[in-house]
Design a protein around this ligand. Structure first.
Ligand code: SAH
Length: 177
């Protein structure tokens, strides 16, 4: 239901439905559809759950979460992409996701806790402030590593009780301060 080609430059139309990442400007990429599906699946969320995305990019993953009925908050650190995502999501009628221009490492303490936190760029280590903003019973899905990444799911079972599982190797653009 989410038309991926409308999140891309018109010149990439013919590649939009292949299972591969593509450039979106500012040296960033739209994630491969399989990766979007896998991260969304690992979050294990349902309708009306509150989710925080780090790395809005062009807004494609944001739209998927909104389409599934979640209450989406998303942070992007590059102004040009933040504006593109706003334009794309508004044009497609997704008015509900709240987009923020800022640093994902800081999260959105004002809106915490979140049932899910989805990091769509490679974090060198688990961002501590994001763990604090996770609801008990919630999950963070984060690609961890520098050269290549392990997809890690951290489930918050109690204030200081976390269960971590690994879900394969991926390659993401880096999460930058
Ligand atoms: N979710 C996007 C993926 C975009 S790629 C999609 O659906 O395709 C990852 C994005 O993370 C890039 O746009 C990059 O600018 C952004 N990013 C990198 N470091 C960040 C940070 N510290 N805070 C927020 N966004 C960040």
């Amino acid at each position: 239901k989410v038309p991926r080609h409308l999140f891309l430059d018109a010149g990439l139309d013919h590649l939009a439905y292949l299972d591969r990442p593509l450039p979106i400007g500012a040296k960033q990429t739209i994630s491969q559809p399989f990766t979007v599906a896998m991260q969304t699946h690992l979050l294990g969320l349902k309708r009306f759950d509150k989710v925080l995305e780090i790395g809005t990019g062009c807004g494609y993953q944001t739209a998927i979460l909104a389409q599934m009925g979640m209450r989406v908050f998303s942070i992007e650190r590059q102004k040009s992409l933040f504006m593109i995502a706003q334009k794309n999501l508004t044009a497609l009628g997704y008015h509900a996701p709240l987009l923020f221009y800022g640093d994902g490492f800081a999260g959105l303490p004002k809106f915490a806790p979140f049932k899910g936190i989805l990091v769509t760029c490679a974090a060198p280590e688990v961002p501590a402030k994001l763990l604090e903003q996770l609801a008990i019973g919630g999950k963070m899905v984060v690609p961890l590593g520098v050269e290549s990444q392990k997809m890690v799911v951290i489930e918050k079972r109690g204030e200081n009780e976390f269960v971590t599982t690994e879900h394969g190797e991926y390659k993401f653009v880096p999460m930058l301060e």
